[in-house]
Ligand binder design. Structure first.
Ligand code: 5GP
Length: 200
């Protein structure tokens, strides 16, 4: 199949929207990076957030870092496809970015939380969604402790959110258990590849 044909008699292509969610520490970021490397027509949506950049994070690459006032403006001007408060900060998907990518025939992947997924699903029943789960909650706790970036309190909070998210995992199109990274990455790539841009 030829993608992005522009001749007048061709049928326009539209990109597909993928959502990936999963508890903090389940490894969704690493799996999404693997998918982006393997699938050239897949792009990552860069969210807006009110949280401060972590060391090494770059404006426009990891996030669009916004003040509270700027985020309020995005909401009031209807600039966000969805937004949610996660662990004290606000995060949202920029509407312009999504519309541009999809109309150009690019597949777009949103790495967002359960609240954001629910908002998108309510408006777009074609959204394809993936839940990345840890093998067990005990293993998730072990990974969060091992990562060494979170306080005890923050780990407790993340585990609490994880329990809520895990209960909703069956509302996603597919669940990938990230036990072995290589296997999980292949599962994600194969799944997205199977659902890649099709002629409308
Ligand atoms: P972090 O601060 O660790 O980068 O992200 C914290 C959480 O916010 C993660 O679960 C991540 O998936 C979620 N998140 C990131 N961007 C968005 C977004 O645009 N919308 C929503 N709803 N959640 C997001």
């Amino acid at each position: 199949m030829q993608l992005n044909k522009n001749s007048e008699d061709s049928i326009p292509l539209k990109g597909r929207l993928f959502v990936v969610s999963g508890p903090s520490g389940a490894g969704k970021g690493t799996l999404v990076s693997a998918a982006l490397e393997m699938l050239p027509n897949l792009t990552l949506s860069v969210s807006a957030t009110t949280r401060n950049p972590r060391p090494g994070e770059v404006e426009g690459v990891n996030y669009h870092f916004k003040s509270d006032q700027e985020f309020d403006e995005l909401i009031s001007t209807d600039g966000l496809l969805e937004w949610a408060r996660v662990h004290q900060h606000r995060y949202g998907t920029l509407k312009d970015q999504v519309n541009r990518a999809l109309s150009e025939g690019q597949d777009l992947i949103l790495e967002i939380d359960l609240q954001g997924y629910r908002q998108i699903r309510d408006h777009d029943n074609e959204v394809i969604s993936v839940f990345v789960a840890p093998p067990t909650l005990e293993e998730l706790e072990r990974r969060l402790v091992h990562r060494g970036t979170e306080s005890k309190e923050s780990i407790e909070q993340r585990l609490c959110t994880a329990r809520v998210e895990m209960e909703a995992k069956d509302s996603y199109t597919v669940v990938i258990v990230n036990d072995d990274y290589e296997t999980a990455a292949k599962e994600l790539v194969d799944f997205i590849d199977e659902n890649k841009t099709k002629e409308q």
